[in-house]
Design a protein. Structure first.
Ligand code: DX5
Ligand code: ZN
Length: 219
């Protein structure tokens, strides 16, 4: 059983204090930092790009789990790698050659993640599962924090677990969107080992990050 890790999303952080917010996450026991990059084209929101990631990475020893909700994504992979992304997760719909984009990330010696939107089935990535490090299951439609969890995506996690067993392949299963203290247990039971959370971590229990991270890890 893989160790449960928490990857807080800075989308819900105080953007006027991002450096300090990352320090708070580090002190609160975060396992990595989830950076939601949005381009206003692939998703109807616009957040941060390579210069901000580069500045934040300088002050943190944590892994940067960078979720690229941008398209076309292939030509930007290099820039996010150079900015300091440790895990680069892309959406299959955002590249016209998923195999090439996976190879590009691997050539840059970064971990490769593929993200599936709620309506996208596991089938489209089955052939790549042996090559990647992580599958990011979206439990909301990408674009905004604070949305309602979509429990139907848990079936995809169970399907991925089954494939892992049948083919004896090992990749992390990360879930992102609307995660709270109730549904985190369902996600872990289904087989997720990395939980992304923004709202619950920054807003619950008067913003007690350490407490919120611990509560999310409880099975
Ligand atoms: C959506 C984002 C969010 C974010 C988590 O595109 O990826 O899922 O990371 O947001 P919360 O935890 O506030 O739902
Ligand atoms: Zn995300």
């Amino acid at each position: 059983m893989k160790k449960i890790q928490i990857s807080p999303s800075i989308l819900s952080a105080d953007f006027s204090q991002l450096g300090n917010e990352i320090k708070r996450l580090e002190e609160g026991g975060a396992d990595m930092i989830h950076v939601d990059v949005m381009d206003g084209h692939f998703v109807p929101n616009l957040t941060i790009g390579p210069p901000v990631i580069k500045a934040l990475k300088k002050n943190s020893s944590l892994l940067f789990d960078v979720h690229l909700m941008i398209s076309p994504v292939h030509k930007y992979i290099q820039a996010y790698s150079e900015a300091g992304a440790d895990i680069i997760t892309i959406h299959p719909e955002a590249t016209n050659d998923l195999k090439l984009s996976i190879l590009k990330i691997k050539d840059l010696k970064k971990k490769v993640g593929i993200s599936l939107n709620p309506e996208t089935g596991v089938n489209i990535i089955k052939e790549f599962l042996h090559q990647i490090d992580l599958v990011l299951i979206m439990s909301v439609n990408p674009g905004f924090g604070g949305q309602k969890f979509m429990p139907e995506v848990l079936e995809k996690i169970k399907e991925l677990k089954k494939i892992q067993k049948e083919k004896n392949i090992n990749f992390d299963i990360e879930i992102d969107g609307g995660i709270n203290f109730e549904n985190s247990k369902l996600a872990i039971e289904a087989g997720a080992n990395i939980l992304v959370s923004g709202t619950t971590i920054f807003k619950s229990n008067d913003g007690d990050i350490k407490k919120n991270i611990e509560l999310l890890k409880l099975k």
